[in-house]
Design a protein around this ligand. Sequence first.
Ligand SMILES: Nc1ncnc2c1ncn2[C@@H]1O[C@H](COP(=O)(O)OP(=O)(O)OP(=O)(O)O)[C@@H](O)[C@H]1O
Ligand SMILES: [Mg+2]
Length: 482
Amino acid sequence: MEREEWKQAAESRRQEELDAKKQGKFFFGSSSAYVNIYEEGKPQTKKKVAMSDVVRANPAEQDGMGDMTGLTFLEEATMLHNMRFRFARDNIYSNISKVICATNPYQWLEIYSEETMGKYRGARVESMPPHIFGTAERAYRALMRGKNQSMICCGESGSGKTESTKLLMRYLATANKGVAQEDKSDHTVQAKVLKANPILESFGNASTLMNNNSSRFAKFTKLYFDENHCLVSADIVTYLLEKSRVVNAPKGTRCYHSFYLLFNIPDKYKQDIKTDLHLSDKKMSDFAYIKNNIQIGKIDDAQFCLEMLDGMSTLGFPNEDRDTILRAQSGILHLGNIAPFEKKGYEPTTDLKTACELLGVKPEGMIHALTTKEIVTKSDTILKPRDPADFVANRDTMSKALYHGLFDLIVVTSTGLSSKVKLNQANGLVCWTCSDLSILNTTPSSSFALTSAMRNCNNSSTIISLCPSKKSTKRKGFNGRP
Ligand SMILES: Nc1ncnc2c1ncn2[C@@H]1O[C@H](COP(=O)(O)OP(=O)(O)OP(=O)(O)O)[C@@H](O)[C@H]1O
Ligand SMILES: [Mg+2]
């Protein structure tokens, strides 16, 4: 089912449930149900039964419980029932002790304001309604007690992992009340850490069938706090970038956002970008890598581009570096337009020359790389002409490698610029005590056991499991010695 259809179905179910509630009825959503037949305590088979033959597992009074560990029977079905009950009342979060389950509402509810954040700061989280800010507060408090923390966000594509991660980071970045009130400018570490998100998203996210803004990489963020519990630094490690998307976005999906943003540079930055991207007389449809599915996904490319460039300027990307990144992207687009050729007597086309100019390489070097294979043996390096049939694959491999390199460069630069201090592993320059809090935003394919339980939630839930990390409690220096 496509995302829009799913959203509509979810909305009509929600409405039906609310109507049923108004009439004092209980809504099951269906006239029949599947039940697990248990043998020796384990579910063996599933059987379809009429709803009238189904007996409630938990008493009605337990419906909508905030912490599901309070349910008499806690298993997948009762958990889903409880979450659905809460969801119909706009309670999208439910706890299972320290685990929080979030159901994606696909609409922004008024529950993320500064005021709501304020209610959770310093509060006894156990007595507050389940909320992502509550989970963040719990982690922050444990951190203040000297325990490093880890959080894992997992769920199906489109379930809300990235949004949840951003909300967690927003809360944690300003968790030290003093800092939050003191300085709200763009120059604080807190602002910089948050501003890295739109940059990473524009280079690592794409519109897919499941999610208009799907992260095509997993992200491990480590936030460092000093002895005053202020955020001082962040480390971002990314994994598993889906490189094939650069050259071949699957049907009905788009290439990475960053390529479309090149055609939507806001006026504010047009004057500022001093370099020629060779795109002024071009349209998106002129480029093989992005010409399909331009209309897919309701992403506001102009707004995204503005946020990305604003992010770069807040983080302090030097203008030359920013322009080099944009040039490299345009270079990759032009590279994708180079038609297959054999080396002999080849006259470089405009696309090849432009790609070379943008990427800063000589056309002869590019022709050589595209048409020659290097075989390295123990004693020698042998050059062999490439089969022209391999041309496209070779060219595309180059584009993928270039984009991967670009992505890594952006991650490293964003991380470096968003830190107040450089954590220097080589000579251990860090000389104060630091605690860290790690957030792992998994890819949908990650095989966490919890993810499989969430498959039945129609791709709409995120689980954030919060657990103290096993590592030592306080970081004393960074020179490899404890
Ligand atoms: N808490 C929320 N409130 C409102 N809308 C949300 C919330 N969480 C997610 N969404 C909506 O759902 C969309 C998908 O969420 P998100 O990008 O976080 O999914 P994801 O789990 O990271 O997916 P993927 O694995 O594909 O990256 C968002 O663009 C947003 O529109
Ligand atoms: Mg995501």
